[in-house]
Design a protein around this ligand. Structure first.
Ligand SMILES: C[S@@+](CC[C@H](N)C(=O)[O-])C[C@H]1O[C@@H](n2cnc3c(N)ncnc32)[C@H](O)[C@@H]1O
Length: 366
């Protein structure tokens, strides 16, 4: 039983609890093959309509040209879900005579087999790796959609005017929260400009686990771009006094639940991405921070309307999907796109995806 495993590790940090709930090789939510879908617990842009991936392809081709049309140009995607984004990109690009290699980083074999079925048509061009560490050095683009929101986070709370970390004790099959002094200095550094404005009981998250991923990515990506699409905030918004319950959210059968201890291993646990952190990590590991904007503005800048007329049947359900991808009622403003790059020279003009809006300055204010 999963609770026995948790009991064995008790007391454990919330961060370790989240890691086990999502990634325990047998009982973890993702390890058991749970993925976003129309029937599952939640939905993501690639599940909504192929116009999402097709439109992103327009950014990828611009990047390909900026990198000098290298014959080694490779697209690398981590956490590729059902493989829909990969399929839609490869299909759209093939029609334009671009036949790029595509690497997928997928830790779980059950999910890999789902992706293999989706991508059967492109099996000669797609290669799978279990871990980012395993991929060869590459030139091209690293792409992710809703990857970083599923990285384990530290949970913290303000108590008696001090910041404490939340640990868990598992006793008689019950999960009990305990507050301990901080052990990790990076937590305080991250929240220092904000925490004096927080009221007693303020609770939020700090993601430390992304740094190692960026470090490895910087070793692997010799020249090229990182395209990150996810929900999140610039840091001052993330840690604003009114967001006093943090951003931790759980999904179960298309419902959001605010109790992360409900059905451990059976629910998805996520937190919003601190995009200022990604900007800082980019700088630390040698990337230029080129652009940041909301998903709707990004897709419209890339010509989603034209792509839509090119590839869809324009039925009512296609129109609804298009609106969902770009409007605030859907994912158009909750999701943001950040593009970073390791290049010999900074491009002399704005990337196409930011031609209508580039709000990278939001990641430099504190
Ligand atoms: C929220 S799902 C998103 C799936 C897909 N990108 C989509 O948009 O539908 C996050 C996925 O990222 C995967 N993941 C988390 N950490 C990862 C890592 N370090 N390397 C590769 N995949 C990872 C999880 O296993 C999960 O399948």
């Amino acid at each position: 039983m999963f609770l026995d495993i948790l009991t064995y590790e008790s007391p454990l940090t919330f961060e370790r609890y989240m890691e086990l709930c999502l990634y325990h090789p047998e009982h973890g939510y993702y390890a058991r093959g749970n993925l976003p879908s129309k029937k599952g617990d939640y939905i993501t842009s690639p599940c909504i309509h192929k116009v999402f991936g097709a439109t992103i392809s327009n950014q990828i081709t611009e990047i390909y040209h900026l990198l000098g049309c290298s014959k080694d140009f490779t697209i690398v995607e981590a956490g590729a879900g059902q493989g829909f984004l990969a399929f839609d990109i490869l299909e759209y690009l093939s029609k334009k005579n671009y036949n790029f290699n595509y690497f997928i980083i997928e830790p779980f074999s059950i999910i890999k087999s789902i992706q293999e079925k989706t991508l059967i048509q492109f099996r000669d061009r797609v290669k799978w790796f279990k871990d980012l560490k395993e991929i060869p050095k590459f030139k091209g683009v690293f792409l992710s959609n809703e990857l970083f929101d599923s990285f384990p986070v530290k949970l913290i709370q303000k108590k008696d005017n001090k910041i404490k970390e939340i640990w868990l004790e598992i006793k008689k099959n019950k999960i009990i929260e305990i507050l301990k002094d901080l052990e990790d200095e990076t937590i305080l550094e991250r929240i220092a400009p904000f925490c004096s404005f927080w009221k007693e009981g303020y609770r939020t998250e700090v993601c430390v686990s992304i740094e190692n991923f960026y470090k490895i990515l910087s070793e692997k990506l010799e020249e090229g771009f990182i395209v990150t699409i996810d929900y999140g905030y610039p840091r001052p918004d993330y840690y604003s006094p009114e967001r006093n319950k943090g951003t931790l959210l759980c999904y179960y059968k298309h419902k959001t639940i605010d109790n992360p201890y409900f059905k451990p291993g059976e629910i998805d646990i996520t937190s919003h991405v601190d995009f200022t952190l990604l900007r800082e990590l980019g700088e630390k590991y040698g990337f230029l921070n080129l652009g940041f904007t909301q998903q709707g503005a990004f897709l419209v800048s890339l010509g989603i309307n034209e792509v839509f007329y090119e590839i869809s049947e324009r039925k009512w359900k296609d129109m609804e999907a298009l609106k969902f991808l770009i409007l605030p009622e859907g994912l158009g403003t909750s999701h943001w796109v950040l593009i970073q790059a390791k290049l010999k020279e900074k491009p002399d003009k704005e990337l196409k995806g930011f031609s209508l809006s580039n709000r990278i300055y939001l990641l430099y204010t504190s």
